[in-house]
Design a protein around this ligand. Structure first.
Ligand code: NAD
Ligand code: UFG
Length: 337
C-alpha cells in the first residue's frame, strides 16, 4: 500500500514515515519545505534501508498536487501539511486560513479525482478550546481560541461534510495532544526554527546552553503545583497511532475523530524534574506571568483510540525526556537547514 504524507518532511511526518516503512508500506512525501529539511527524510531512508520519494511542492497548488498524484497514485494520504504556531496565527490569520484550509480542500478534491479514499488528518487537542471537562472525550463540543485552532476545527468540519455526501470516503481525524521526544536513535527529531514556542524544545535548548533559562509561564494555576498541566506523548507513540489509523480506515467508511494522548497530565515542573533526572542535568528556570491564551489543564480520554484503533501510548515520561535530549545532544544545530 502506498501512502502519501503531505507535510511529511516535518517533525511528526518524518517519524511516521519511519514507522510506515518499517511496517512495509511505501511512502511518498509532498512538502513545500517551509518548516522542514530534506535531511530528515534522508536519515529515515538510512535508518530503514528503504526509499522515500520526496516531491517538493505546495499542497495548496492544485496543479502540482495533481502531478504528484498522477506520478505516484497513492492509496491513502496522511495530511500533516499545516502551519502550527499559535502566536503567528493570531498575527497573520489570513496566512493560516489560506494555507491550512486550502491544503485540506485541495488534497480532498485531488484524492477524489484519483480515486484515493483514505485520509488521516492531523488535528489537535486545540479544537477543545477552553473546555474544562477533563479528561477530554471526543464528544466535548469544539471551539477555537485562535486562528490556528479554527483551521483545525474548520478542516475537521469540511472533512465531516464531504464524508457525509460520499460514502466511498474514509477519514480519520487524529486529535494530537502534546507530542514530544524523538526517535530513540537520536537521528531524527524536532527542529524548530528560531526560539522555540513549545516547552520541550525550549528545555532542550536551555540544557544545551543555547538559551539561559526556562521561563515557567505561571505558577498560580489551580493545579497540583500551580504550573500548567498537559498530556505529553512520545512522538513515536504518536507515529504508531497513524499506522493504526490507516489500518482502521481500510474497513471503516465515514469520518471519525480520535484523541491521541496518554490520559495522564504532567505539569511544567514535572517535565523539568523528569528531564533533569533522566539526563542528569540541571535546568535553570524562573517563574514569569502566565502566557496569554494558555489554559490550566488539558488531557485526553484516550479510550476511543484504544477500543477502535487498538492503539495505546506505551512510552513513559522518562523515555520522552531521555529521547528529546539524545536528539538535541547529537544534533545541536538540528538538521542545519
Ligand atoms: P511541522 O511544521 O514539523 O510539519 C508540517 C510540515 O508541513 C512541514 O514540513 C511544512 O514544511 C509542511 N507544510 C506546511 N504547509 C504546507 C503546504 N501548504 N504544502 C506542503 N507542505 C506544507 O509540524 P509537526 O509538528 O510535524 O505537525 C504536523 C501536523 O500536526 C500539523 O498540521 C500540526 O498543525 C499538527 N499538530 C502538531 C502538534 C505539535 O505539537 N507538533 C500538535 C497538534 C497538531
Ligand atoms: N510553557 C512554559 N514555558 C515555555 C513554554 C511552555 O512554561 O517556554 C508551558 C505552557 O504554559 C504550558 C505547557 O508549558 O503550560 C505546554 O506548552 P506548549 O507550548 O509546549 O504546548 P501547548 O499545550 O500550549 O500547545 C501545544 C501546541 C498547540 C496544540 C496543543 C495541543 O503548541 O499547537 O499543544 O495539541 F494545539
Amino acid at each position: 500500500m502506498k501512502i502519501l504524507l503531505a507535510g511529511g518532511a516535518g517533525y511528526i511526518g518524518s517519524h511516521t514515515a519511519l514507522c510506515l516503512l518499517e511496517k512495509g508500506y511505501d511512502v511518498v512525501v509532498m512538502d513545500n519545505l517551509l518548516n522542514a529539511s530534506p535531511e530528515a527524510l534522508r536519515r529515515v531512508e538510512k535508518m530503514t534501508g528503504k526509499q522515500v520519494a520526496l516531491e517538493v511542492g505546495d499542497c495548496c497548488d492544485i496543479a502540482r498536487t495533481r502531478e504528484v498524484f498522477a506520478a505516484h497514485k497513492p492509496d491513502a494520504v496522511i495530511h500533516f501539511a499545516g502551519l502550527k504556531a499559535v502566536g503567528e496565527s493570531v498575527a497573520k490569520p489570513l496566512y493560516y486560513y489560506q494555507n491550512n484550509l486550502i491544503a485540506t480542500m485541495t488534497l480532498c478534491q485531488v484524492m477524489k479525482e484519483y480515486d484515493c479514499n483514505i485520509l488521516v488528518f492531523s488535528s489537535s487537542a486545540t479544537v477543545y478550546g477552553l473546555a474544562t471537562e477533563m479528561p477530554l472525550r471526543e464528544t466535548v463540543p469544539t471551539g477555537g481560541t485562535n486562528p490556528y485552532a479554527w483551521t483545525k476545527i474548520m478542516s475537521e468540519q469540511i472533512l465531516q461534510d464531504v464524508a457525509k455526501t460520499d460514502d466511498s470516503r474514509s477519514f480519520v481525524l487524529l486529535r494530537y495532544f502534546n507530542p514530544i521526544g524523538a526517535h530513540e536513535s537520536g537521528h531524527i527529531g524536532e527542529d524548530p526554527t528560531g526560539i522555540p514556542n513549545n516547552l520541550m524544545p525550549y528545555i532542550c535548548q536551555v540544557a544545551s546552553g543555547k538559551l539561559d533559562y526556562l521561563r515557567v509561564f505561571g505558577d498560580d494555576y489551580p493545579t497540583r503545583d500551580g504550573t500548567g498541566e498537559r498530556d505529553y506523548l512520545h512522538v513515536m507513540d504518536l507515529a504508531e497511532g497513524h499506522v493504526a489509523a490507516i489500518e482502521y480506515a481500510k474497513d471503516h467508511k465515514g469520518a471519525e475523530a480520535f484523541n491521541l494522548g496518554t490520559g495522564t497530565a504532567y505539569s511544567v515542573m514535572d517535565i523539568v524534574k523528569n528531564f533533569e533526572k533522566a539526563n542528569d542535568l540541571t535546568i535553570p528556570y524562573q517563574v514569569t506571568p502566565r502566557r496569554p491564551g494558555d489554559i490550566a489543564v488539558c488531557y485526553a480520554d484516550p479510550s476511543k483510540a484504544r477500543e477502535l484503533l487498538g492503539w495505546e501510548a506505551k512510552r513513559d515520561l522518562y523515555t520522552m525526556c531521555r529521547d528529546a535530549w539524545n536528539w538535541q545532544k547529537q544534533n545541536p544545530r538540528g538538521y542545519e537547514k
